[in-house]
Write a protein that binds this ligand. Structure first.
Ligand SMILES: Cc1cc2nc3c(=O)[nH]c(=O)nc-3n(C[C@H](O)[C@H](O)[C@H](O)COP(=O)(O)OP(=O)(O)OC[C@H]3O[C@@H](n4cnc5c(N)ncnc54)[C@H](O)[C@@H]3O)c2cc1C
Length: 448
């Protein structure tokens, strides 16, 4: 229920060559509609398939669904936009590699999520990106970043030599992605997920303690902290903040580090309970804890139950019939103070609009948190209007606090200019667009 745009049609090519043909046809037509690419179009919470501008033809690429190559030993796969995370994860089952998967449906696209710079359970998805195959606005097909060459692919080097064009094509209207080289992570030999509860009154100190463990290397992957609203939204248990923390490595290192974390937690006196996935597995109806355990191991097969809990429908029906769902996605410093401030801001949004957001901390590294703020709402006109008002207010309040989003929804593209640190940098990107796409074959997207 973002602003509906004038979409004149949908084109569904079946190969990279057909993408080139479509792009060339649009390049020939002066002043006609412009192309907006998507992969599986499940960008829920950020506008799904809705373009950011009017007068657009959508180019849906889910029929390009080949896994062109897979090198388990080298740690990479070449996939097309229609390849879902579930499919690639299944291909890697029982190998010593795994995919960095997200908490969204298994039926979402690996490349679609990378194109929007999403976040998996192990790290930001852009860190999984080694190379892209891109159709430029004149129909030329190029490969940027790293691509395996023949019999001796060598070691992955996404930046290549000289200025790297790879980053130009994520959150971008400069080209259409038709394939990508995705890095695969070594599969840990053992894993333990700890769940640690704490009360609102200990929030600042508990987050600082979790940050200390992250900085000292006790934590593997993305540490998550759900508030009570977000735990309930995704189908979990708990009446307090709940941290999920993964420890992985060899059997012996996992046993040792898990013990250290338990000791640190006890010593801090901050946590109400510390539960281990091997000794106290989550209850069958604790959908969040059960899904996360698998997700850290690169398996998104339990995500659909979490999705149903969040939006009430299967992936296929979310947009047609699912409950309302909005995301606001800022990066904030990994400090107790910043997390506490974010909770105050959301309480203010609640007081002003009557809409209560859920929030989940995703600690990307010892300094940066991807704070996933979600608004659920009933899909009525009044419910949607209230939720969107709350979202607008959240953008304003968080920006004032210096907490800027790293992804935008289809209604908030004007925030790119508003949040830009330097107009010169924006101008450079506009000059590139003008040079590469003078006829505006590709529609300016959510980040233009
Ligand atoms: C319950 C729930 C949990 C979620 N969990 C996560 C999570 O853990 N992490 C996360 O990141 N997101 C999450 N999401 C948000 C979203 O569902 C995912 O980001 C999803 O992967 C995006 O949909 P998609 O893969 O179909 O990408 P698409 O919708 O196909 O693409 C996303 C955008 O990328 C660009 N794009 C896509 N393909 C191309 C292309 N071929 N060429 C050029 N540009 C392109 C377009 O701008 C497009 O709008 C969640 C959503 C819900 C409802």
């Amino acid at each position: 229920m973002f602003s509906p745009r004038d979409v004149y049609g949908v084109v569904r090519p079946r190969s990279a060559e057909e993408v080139r043909t479509v792009v060339r046809a649009f390049a020939r037509a002066e002043g006609g509609p412009r192309l907006q690419a998507l992969s599986t179009g499940r960008n829920w919470g950020l506008g799904s398939r809705e373009p950011a501008r009017d007068a657009v033809v959508t180019l849906e690429l889910q029929a390009l669904d080949a896994v062109r190559d897979l090198d388990v030993e080298g740690g990479w796969a070449i996939v097309e936009p229609g390849v879902t995370q579930l499919r690639l994860a299944e291909l890697l089952a029982d190998t010593d590699r795994m995919l960095n998967v997200t908490a969204s449906s298994g039926h979402t696209s690996v490349l679609g999520n990378i194109a929007d710079r999403g976040v998996g359970l192990r790290r930001q998805r852009t860190l999984d990106l080694a190379g892209l195959e891109v159709v430029l606005p004149d129909g030329e097909l190029i490969r940027v970043g790293w691509w395996p060459q023949g019999e001796r692919p060598g070691a992955v080097n996404p930046q290549g030599l000289g200025p790297s064009p790879l980053a130009l094509f994520t959150q971008s209207d400069l080209g259409i992605i038709t394939a990508g080289v995705v890095r695969l992570l070594p599969r840990p030999e053992a894993q333990c997920v700890l769940r640690l509860g704490f009360g609102r009154d200990r929030l600042t100190e508990a987050v600082d303690e979790l940050r200390r463990w992250t900085a000292q290397g006790l934590v593997s992957g993305v540490l998550k902290v759900y508030d009570t609203v977000s735990t309930r939204s995704y189908g979990g248990h708990g009446d307090e903040y709940l941290a999920h923390l993964c420890v992985d490595g060899t059997e012996r290192s996992v046993a040792a580090v898990t013990r250290v974390v338990e000791e640190e937690a006890a010593r801090s006196g901050l946590f109400t309970r510390v539960l281990r996935s091997d000794e106290q597995p989550p209850a069958p109806d604790d959908l969040v804890a059960r899904a996360l355990e698998r997700l850290y191991a690169g398996d998104p097969s339990r995500n659909e139950t979490m999705l149903r809990s969040a939006v009430g429908e299967e992936a296929e029906l979310v947009d047609a019939k699912g409950g309302g769902w909005l995301f606001f996605l800022p990066l904030i410093p990994f400090t107790g103070r910043a997390v506490a401030r974010s909770q105050e801001l959301l309480a203010r949004v609640h007081a002003e609009t009557g809409v209560l957001a859920g929030s989940t901390v995703n600690a990307l590294d010892p300094d940066v948190i991807d704070l996933v703020v979600s608004f659920r709402f009933a899909r009525t006109e009044a419910g949607a209007a209230r939720a969107h008002r709350a979202l607008d207010r959240t953008y304003e309040l968080f920006a004032e606090a210096g907490f800027h989003p790293y992804r935008l929804d289809s209604d908030h593209h004007q925030w790119v200019d508003r949040l830009s640190a330097d107009p010169g940098a924006r101008d450079l990107v506009r000059r590139l667009k003008q040079t590469i796409d003078p006829r505006q074959v590709i529609a300016p997207g959510r980040y233009a």
